[in-house]
Design a binder for this molecule. Structure first.
Ligand code: GLU
Length: 447
């Protein structure tokens, strides 16, 4: 494979789309060796086809804010790859959303979904709508306007969106309500992350964080370590961080930091159940300020403005917020403060320099597409329940999630174990996902 040539072509076709190019580069670097052992992939130009989305929808979303002023945003849905199933992936509402961000996320999603063992292709969508400071009514009006365009692109056997940053259960409710009204289709399987009484799966809200901790447990066990009593620093306080904090505490770890765009809250005695519950209120408030935790729990949560979670001494770092949130300097600071493991929960949460630093300095590291796949896997379980008009108990869903995370870990070990015995989880996850998607593409001909 001519990685440099493919990257140069891609950069020329998608100028300035740095996040997208970064995600592709990371995958190509790690699959190169395996790819070269399969001339049939080269002949069918699998990589050249795989790095481009199947199609992109872009649309204008116009809505009226609480002051009566007309607002216009951009909406997108990127259907990236359908080799192993219908398009599947979340919607991100964030002011920084641009096509490059959604392309990187759709590309990652394709590999992640392949790892889940379930038949789901990759997609991503969203808008540059900024939920910060918006009222509930404004969120509803925006979601309805967004769905007025999106509904024509999606369907339960075609493309199934879900949540991501800025899109949780509330937004999925508003989106689903409008979908039904427009499409006159009452198939709940068109969106996942729904409410438990109208087709949602029990444990879907917790699934990304729970799955991440199950994966972390397997990784630690394989390395001969145990999570009990370990200090965990995590970033963010949204749905993913909430699930991760809940499961980390349940497994006996001590969550000593959470963070937000405004700074970090250190929690020296470990996060409590009340604090974990309060994370949900903080998200619902749309204020996007972690300082609120310190205001609510004075003396127990100590806020420092402008600092990241990576400045707090810990054993295990769990980035749970946004892409590129952990830099090489952060990686160095973490190690200097005693951290020896980083499981990336956010999509592409670590910058390439940070990943290389971890890998070259003996710090256990696993990438987001493996660690956070429990979220979309449980979306897949939600689709199965919807298609068969049943609903599983929490135990049934949790057992299946656990099994899937174990299987993802096994795939990483299978494809990532190096001649010297150490496990390269980045290679393992990328090669395992790639082999599945590439083989399916090959078998389906040149399309
Ligand atoms: N946004 C989540 C992810 O990055 C979940 C996607 C889904 O459930 O479809 O995997």
């Amino acid at each position: 494979m001519k990685t440099a040539e493919i990257m140069a072509n891609l950069a020329a076709k998608h100028p300035g789309e740095n996040e997208y190019l970064q995600a592709v580069q990371e995958v190509l670097e790690s699959i190169e060796e395996v790819y070269n052992q399969h001339p049939e992939f080269e002949k069918a130009k699998i990589v050249e086809r795989m790095v481009e989305p199947d199609r992109i929808f872009t649309f204008r979303v116009t809505w009226v804010d609480d002051k009566g002023e007309v607002q216009t945003n951009l909406g997108y849905r990127i259907q990236f790859n359908s080799a192993i199933g219908p398009y599947k992936g979340g919607l991100r509402f964030h002011k920084a959303v641009v096509p490059s961000m959604l392309k990187f996320l759709g590309f990652e999603q394709t590999f992640k979904n392949a790892l889940t063992t379930l038949p789901m292709g990759g997609a991503k969508g969203g808008s540059d709508f900024d939920p910060v400071g918006k009222s509930n009514d404004e969120i509803m009006r925006f979601c309805q306007a967004f769905m007025q365009e999106l509904w024509q692109c999606i369907g339960p056997d075609q493309d199934i969106p879900a949540g991501d940053v800025g899109v949780g259960g509330r937004e999925i409710g508003f989106l689903y309500g409008m979908y039904k009204k427009l499409a006159r289709e009452y198939n709940t399987g068109v969106l996942t992350g729904k409410g438990a009484t109208w087709g949602g799966s029990i444990l879907r809200p917790e699934a990304t964080g729970f799955g991440a901790l199950y994966f972390t447990q397997h990784l630690l066990q394989t390395a001969g370590k145990d999570i009990v009593g370990k200090k965990v620093a995590l970033s963010g306080f949204g749905n993913v961080a909430w699930g991760a904090a809940t499961k980390a505490k349940e497994l006996g770890a001590k969550v000593v930091a959470i963070s937000g765009p405004d700074g970090v809250c250190e929690i020296p005695d470990g996060i409590t159940d009340e604090m974990i519950d309060y994370m949900l209120d903080m998200r619902a408030s749309n204020r996007n300020k972690v300082e609120d935790m310190a205001t609510k729990f004075p003396g127990k949560a100590i806020f420092t403005p402008g600092k990241k979670a990576w400045s707090i001494p810990c054993d295990i770092a769990l980035p749970c917020a946004f892409q590129n949130e952990l830099s090489e300097d952060d990686a160095k600071e973490l190690q200097a403060n005693g951290c020896w493991c980083c499981c990336e929960v956010s999509n592409m949460g670590c910058q390439p320099g940070a990943i290389h630093y971890f890998q070259n300095n003996g710090i256990l590291f696993a990438p987001g597409k493996a660690v956070n796949a429990g979220g979309v896997a449980t979306s897949g379980l939600e689709m199965t329940q919807n298609a068969s008009h049943i609903s599983w108990s929490a135990k049934e869903v949790d057992d299946k999630l656990h099994f899937i995370m174990q299987s993802i870990h096994e795939q990483c070990v299978k494809y990532g174990t190096q001649p010297d015995g150490h496990i390269d989880y980045v290679k393992g996850a990328n090669i395992a996902g790639f082999m599945k998607v590439a083989t399916a593409m090959l078998e389906q001909g040149i399309i």
